[in-house]
Write a protein that binds this ligand. Structure first.
Ligand code: 13P
Ligand code: SF4
Length: 299
């Protein structure tokens, strides 16, 4: 059985497996640490191990590698990218910075290391509001690449942000009609959505949270049924934590193909070969490190 082989090999080699909340059940079940982008970055930084296998998408593994250059960070498939991260390039960000030379650049962690190198402070969905609120009110802010997260943060912080025009293809899969249909089917249910959803979906939700926030909220809530407006893997994660509650994906089509590129077979292969290793060129890592450190250190 592949599961037993993975568990045996990671123990024998002293390797930690980190997995994002969107990973498939087979990966979640063998992970040492599961979490959202922020929690996984912090865990990768503080773990006392030489080697980490990161089951997530490439920007997450790159972030871990920049934060912990002394550790070997392995991702089972280097092609597990993030289309949102690729919607902004360092050159196009530099052009925008030229137009707003005094603006502070806040970049969502869903971005390439090269773009982070052009950034003042990174954020995740868990702390985007705190990051923006930490910047003095008289400062202009460029926020990218996710326009939906950016406009949600702007509305919460009650300030204007210069938004990049990017979006997540997976979080475009929701419709207001389907959410209303599910509300009728499950009376008393709570609709949780990720801030990457478009504003019209956010408008029909009860609460807007990153994946870590959804876990805390569902655990503390008296409700027993939740409509989950994010990637489908999240419903399995929540059900594992709270087996007595029900979690209904708001769209069965909200599947992140890139997250699902990490399979048990590839994970086992990585455990055997200790490859492929994530490498970020030193000059890019140096330039990106302080923006990422500010992100993990902000309270
Ligand atoms: P979280 O940081 O909320 O886990 O989200 C990551 C992500 O990629 C959302 O699409
Ligand atoms: Fe990127 Fe969207 Fe997948 Fe998150 S769900 S990793 S933003 S493509």
């Amino acid at each position: 059985m592949i599961k037993e082989q993975i568990l045996e090999l990671k123990k024998k080699k002293g390797i930690s497996i980190l997995a994002h909340n969107y990973q498939s059940p087979e990966i979640q079940d063998v992970a040492d640490h599961l979490g959202d982008s922020l929690a996984l970055s912090r865990t990768a930084r503080h773990l006392d191990v030489d080697t980490i296998i990161f089951c997530g998408v490439l920007f997450m593994a790159e972030t871990a590698s920049i934060l912990s250059p002394e550790k070997k960070i392995i991702i089972p498939d280097l092609n597990a990218g993030c289309p949102l991260a690729d919607m902004i390039t360092p050159g196009s960000l530099r052009e925008l910075k030229k137009k707003h030379p005094k603006a502070v650049v806040v970049t969502y962690v869903n971005s390439t290391a090269e773009v982070k190198a052009e950034t003042d402070i990174c954020c995740t969905s868990a702390n985007a509001l705190e990051v923006v609120n930490s910047i003095p009110n008289n400062k202009e802010i460029i926020f990218g690449p996710d326009k939906n997260l950016g406009s949600w943060v702007a509305s919460q912080a009650k300030r204007d942000l210069i938004l990049w025009d990017g979006f997540c293809v997976v979080h475009q899969k929701f419709s207001t009609e389907k959410i209303e249909e599910l509300r009728t089917k499950y009376p008393g249910s709570v609709v949780m959505v990720h801030p990457e959803v478009p504003p019209e979906i956010e408008a029909v939700s009860d609460v807007t949270l990153g994946t870590g926030g959804m876990i805390r909220f569902a655990g503390a809530s008296d409700a027993s049924t939740f409509i989950v407006g994010t990637e489908v893997g999240m419903a399995y994660r929540l059900k594992t934590l709270y087996p007595n509650k029900s979690f209904i994906p708001a769209s069965s089509g909200a599947v992140c193909k890139n997250m699902k590129k990490i399979t048990p077979e590839k994970l086992l292969q990585s455990l055997k070969t200790l490859k492929p290793v994530v490498t970020v060129p030193d000059n890019i890592a140096e330039a990106a490190r302080s923006a990422i450190e500010k992100m993990v250190e902000i309270k």
